[in-house]
Design a protein around this ligand. Structure first.
Ligand SMILES: Nc1nc2c(ncn2[C@@H]2O[C@H](COP(=O)(O)OP(=O)(O)O)[C@@H](O)[C@H]2O)c(=O)[nH]1
Ligand SMILES: [Mg+2]
Length: 253
């Protein structure tokens, strides 16, 4: 069993990617299961095989502990971590070859609190990876792109497991813009040119320094454009995942 956690800022398309990629994998006869790890979500575009909302209820937490929505979400994250043993045995029972885990809408709940890495470590001892989403809508501006690059490096630093990088919602941008962003992700000099052309003053200096710091750390985050709406890029995403997990083999035989 291989397990992958889908991570990204709020609204970057985690839940829709979980839906579309799991459907795509099923169509190619792969044995895939989905898990919802977001206790605060109201409507999901897919029916998860395991749902953390069966373990914690945000509105009950708000009422019982007189918490606001954010306080309740933080408490829920800790409660989920406490339940990781029960969750873990449910995951084993799914008997899937590949498990896609949809993580909380607000990324910091999962990535920047102690409970997230704890959950990742405890849920399964199987091979794990993270799929990190760069929202195409926000990536065309080099300032946003560099901020997200910095965030993705911070996420990598928290989990230290193989991390795949996706340009999500690539259908919203014209092909030439998608190509530019993909270039930025693989050729630092093109990103530096864009920073110099489009940013001024302190934003230009700081963005260039952040970008260079990330590259100096040896972190390389090439982006694969994917759309959960048109299914563009699903084949490439699948190839990257197979390469990480199965040395190029399929998940299901
Ligand atoms: N055009 C387009 N919209 C998308 C895509 N994926 C998600 N969205 C939209 O982006 C919004 C947020 O998506 P969601 O998956 O709920 O984000 P999450 O908070 O990261 O789980 C929803 O309104 C989706 O309809 C995509 O591939 N293309
Ligand atoms: Mg979601």
């Amino acid at each position: 069993m291989y397990i992958t956690f889908i991570v990204g800022t709020a609204g970057s398309g985690k839940s829709f990617l979980t839906y579309a990629f799991s459907q795509w994998l099923r169509t190619s006869k792969q044995n895939v299961a989905t898990i919802n790890l977001d206790p605060g979500v109201v409507v999901l575009p897919y029916t998860p095989d395991l749902d953390v909302r069966d373990y914690v209820d945000i509105s009950t937490l708000m009422k019982t502990h007189q918490l606001g929505p954010n306080g309740a979400l933080i408490m829920a994250a800790d409660l989920i971590a406490e339940q990781s043993e029960a969750l873990s045995s449910e995951i084993q029972d799914l008997k899937a070859d590949l498990v896609l885990v949809d993580t909380p809408g607000q990324m910091e709940l999962f990535a920047f609190r102690a409970s997230g890495p704890y959950i990742v470590a405890e849920l399964t001892k199987e091979l794990k990876s993270i799929v990190y989403l760069f929202d195409a809508i926000f990536s065309l501006n080099p300032l946003n792109y560099v901020s997200n690059l910095f965030l993705s490096a911070a996420v990598y630093n928290r989990f230290l497991i193989p991390q795949v990088h996706i340009l999500s919602k690539c259908d919203v941008l014209p092909q030439e813009d998608v190509d530019s962003i993909v270039d930025w992700s693989s050729k630092p000099d093109t990103l530096e040119t864009a920073i110099n052309e489009k940013l001024k003053g302190a934003k230009r200096l700081l963005s260039r320094d952040i970008m260079q710091a990330v590259y100096r750390l040896g972190l390389r985050f090439p982006l694969t454009p994917v759309s959960a709406r048109t299914n563009e890029g699903m084949t490439n995403l699948n190839m990257v995942m197979e390469r990480i997990f199965a040395g190029g083999d399929k998940f299901t035989y």
